[in-house]
Write a protein that binds this ligand. Structure first.
Ligand SMILES: *Cc1c(COP(=O)(O)O)cnc(C)c1O
Length: 343
């Protein structure tokens, strides 16, 4: 198969339409079997549930070319499950796991020419999403839904090396207690745009959000979970019902414990203990793990011991191991890698 003529290592994290996408519909109480299409546009009622009341949720995962030339993706069964959890909270009919996995397999295979080659640092980003496309006007769940998966090649998240980030302690809240912080809903992102804009205007990469009820506990950023490293190399990650359960974070914790022999604990992390940590990382599919050097707060700047020059040692080791597993250089735990094409 002939690859597209792209400058793979110069790609950025932006949308580029590829040749095929997968589309399935929910009508009369059931999902159809769906299939590949070439049209990159969606057509729907002006009164669609997604347009009027934001009835939509999504996923994000990646396909990789391994060292031996296979195209694989990473733990897609967990994305399928999480999309179902998100859908249930929004009264969207959940997409069955088999349909989800079939869609990912078919769309990646059909766009194999767009999957970045091994060693370029680039990957194929996969975006599954589901939305109410049937008409509503009174506030109610839509009568019909569309499930779609498209792919787009993306470059290495960090161009020219990994530099520690500066964050802002946000004066806004991300998720209410008993709200929707734990699901991957478009609405959580719509309301984070303004705080994100404010932070970027002041030169920060991201916002750190605290729990909305007491503003004493660390939650996450707009799109990534936190991991912290203590002086004696223990990994600490915030426990909360209002953060999104990151698959990268769950995988990194497993890697820390079973590959690196580190102690791992998921517990409440108080805002006023942040200064005690040696390293801080943000984890998500796009960035894997990105180092945080500083967090600006109304009580002064929190500076992690790893500093603003380079990634801390423990975060670097975690990153290296997980990316090694994803690209087939390090043996993966049972069930983590789904082979989509052998060659
Ligand atoms: C998607 C997302 C993450 C990262 O999850 P991964 O499964 O690791 O990609 C973290 N926080 C939020 C709010 C997210 O939407």
């Amino acid at each position: 198969m002939e690859k597209k003529n792209l400058d793979w290592s110069a790609l950025s994290f932006s949308y580029q339409p590829t040749d095929y996408r997968f589309v399935a519909h929910y009508r009369n109480g059931a999902w159809d079997e769906g299939g590949l299409v070439t049209d990159a546009t969606c057509t729907m009622s002006e009164s669609a549930g997604v347009l009027q009341y934001a009835q939509t949720c999504f996923e994000g995962l990646k396909a990789y070319t391994t060292k031996d030339g296979k195209i694989v993706c990473f733990r897609p069964d967990l994305n399928a499950k999480r999309l179902q959890d998100s859908a249930e909270r929004l009264l969207i009919p959940p997409v069955p796991t088999e349909l989800f996995l079939k869609a990912v397999d078919e769309v990646v295979k059909a766009n194999a020419a767009w999957v970045p080659p091994y060693g370029t640092g680039a990957t194929l980003y996969i975006r599954p999403f589901v939305f109410g496309n049937g008409p509503v006007i009174g506030v109610a769940p839509a009568p019909e839904y569309e499930f779609r998966v498209f792919v787009t090649p993306v470059g290495p998240y960090f161009k020219g090396g990994i530099k520690p980030l500066r964050l802002l302690l946000s004066q806004y809240d991300r998720a209410a207690p008993h709200g929707t912080g734990h699901i991957k809903a478009g609405l959580n992102y719509a309301m984070s745009l303004y705080p994100g804009y404010v932070a970027k205007l002041q030169g920060y990469s991201e916002n750190m959000y605290l729990d909305a009820a007491t503003r004493t506990k660390v939650e996450e950023t707009g799109g990534a979970n936190f991991v912290f490293v203590t002086d004696d190399n223990m990994i600490v990650t915030p426990k909360s019902d209002t953060i999104l359960p990151s698959i990268t974070r769950r995988s990194l914790l497993y890697v820390a414990e079973h590959y690196l022999g580190l102690k791992v604990v998921e517990r409440v992390v108080k805002y006023d203990e942040l200064r005690n940590f040696k390293e801080c990382g943000l984890c998500g599919t796009a960035a894997v793990i990105s180092p945080v050097g500083e967090i600006d707060t109304p009580d002064g700047t929190i500076r992690f011991k790893s500093g603003m020059e380079k990634m801390g040692e423990v975060c670097a080791k975690l990153r290296e191991t997980l990316t090694g597993i994803q690209s087939g250089e390090i043996e993966a735990p049972e069930g983590w890698i789904r082979v989509i094409c052998e060659d």
